[in-house]
Write a protein that binds this ligand. Structure first.
Ligand code: 1CP
Length: 343
């Protein structure tokens, strides 16, 4: 097996760390914009196996990356559970929000999700058949907490006040919703694995907005349950967790034995992470995506700093969050050259 990313997830250490980038497919690539136009809407792109394959492969044709991430979205789960979803140009996702028990009751049964998600599994097998043998293929889903914020807010939010108010005022409904997302996510990820992904990542992009002990209850525990079930069904498939924004609580998340790797955001100090996290788990991260806009010496120096700090144990190079639409292609090239050629 020559998949160095997969081997690193399993605890091997290479002189040069493997690299992939969160949101490596997307609007900073002209070829993505073209395919996206051809598809019609963003959802049409996600549910078109041929075009989803095309955009998954686009960054790999341009860059010397070690991993491919399935082109899909964390909001396909709410959609498959029956929630109306559209992506509005220049504004982002828009869903019909869940406001009460009757909205919750109207969601589809978990076993119905595949009726909608089948094209995603077709995309996975299609991508698998086209990937070079040295590329690690990553499947993914959102965490129950992060997905619930979109289901309740009905759109992206910075403070998640509606979701937290719902959680505090209707704990019985909220618990049921989290459990339902958890179960749907296990089934969704299991099908991705059967269709051919090599590893799984769970994105908890909004973990940082949960207060106090709710972080454990609604972020950590549901993700742990998903990971436990996946490990029972597929013991060899490595799992990555990304509890973005949890600060010093990263240490606790990194001790979850069910996950092989923890992705850290750019706010985490790399020396702290080396001393407190890397001893518990393989580490992934954590260049700020802004360096891919600004480029130059700063990008080179920061990249070398991250690689050197994490070089004593297993490390996967990545950003601390998704690449932005204004990232420059030449800066992505410079980043990869810096890592692979050690300039
Ligand atoms: O206009 C467009 O083309 C849509 C932009 C876009 C893209 C390229 C969206 C809408 N989703 C995606 C693909 C995507 N989303 C991928 C696969 C591609 C890749 O990584 O190369 C992945 C892994 C995601 C995951 C995702 N979607 C997350 C978790 C990661 C993160 O960035 O924190 C989240 C929070 C979403 C929701 C979402 N989807 C799209 C947008 C604009 C958003 C964020 C909405 C908000 O502001 O809250």
């Amino acid at each position: 097996m020559n998949k160095i990313l997969l081997k690193t997830l399993l605890g091997h250490k290479f002189k040069t760390p493997p690299i992939w980038l969160m949101r490596q497919a997307g609007r900073y690539l002209p070829e993505y914009k073209e395919t996206r136009k051809k598809a019609g809407s963003f959802l049409d792109l996600c549910y078109n196996p041929k075009l989803a394959t095309e955009v998954t492969l686009q960054p790999l044709r341009r860059f010397d990356l070690d991993g491919a991430i399935l082109f899909a979205d964390i909001l396909l789960i709410p959609n498959a559970l029956g929630q109306h979803l559209e992506f509005i140009e220049g504004k982002g996702p828009s869903l019909k929000p869940i406001k009460n028990f009757s909205d919750y009751k109207n969601l589809n049964e978990v076993n119905k999700i595949h009726d909608i998600l089948n094209p995603v599994y077709d995309a996975v097998s299609n991508i698998k058949s086209k990937l070079e043998k040295n590329i690690t293929f990553i499947g993914f889903a959102g965490s129950p907490w992060t997905v619930s914020t979109y289901m309740i807010e009905g759109q992206g939010s910075k403070d998640h006040i509606k979701t937290k108010t719902f959680m505090l005022q209707h704990p019985e409904i909220f618990d049921k919703l989290i459990l339902k997302i958890e179960k749907a996510t296990v089934e969704y990820l299991s099908k991705q694995i059967v269709a051919g992904v090599d590893a799984i990542k769970i994105f908890d992009s909004w973990a940082g907005s949960l207060p106090g002990h709710y972080l454990e209850k609604y972020s950590l525990n549901p993700m742990k349950n998903i990971a436990k079930e996946l490990k029972k069904r597929f013991p060899k498939i490595p799992l990555i967790v990304f509890p973005r924004g949890v600060g010093p609580m990263y240490e606790k998340f990194s001790k979850m034995k069910e996950f092989n790797c923890i992705a850290i955001d750019s706010n985490i100090d790399i020396t702290w992470a080396k001393n407190n996290i890397q001893k518990n788990s393989v580490i992934q991260g954590n260049l700020d995506p802004a360096y891919l806009v600004s480029g130059g010496k700063d990008l080179v120096n920061k990249t070398i700093d991250i690689v050197e700090k994490f070089s004593t144990a297993s490390h996967i190079f990545n950003l601390g969050h998704g690449i932005t639409p204004n990232a420059k292609i030449e800066n992505v090239e410079l980043l990869i050259k810096t890592i692979k050629d050690k300039i």
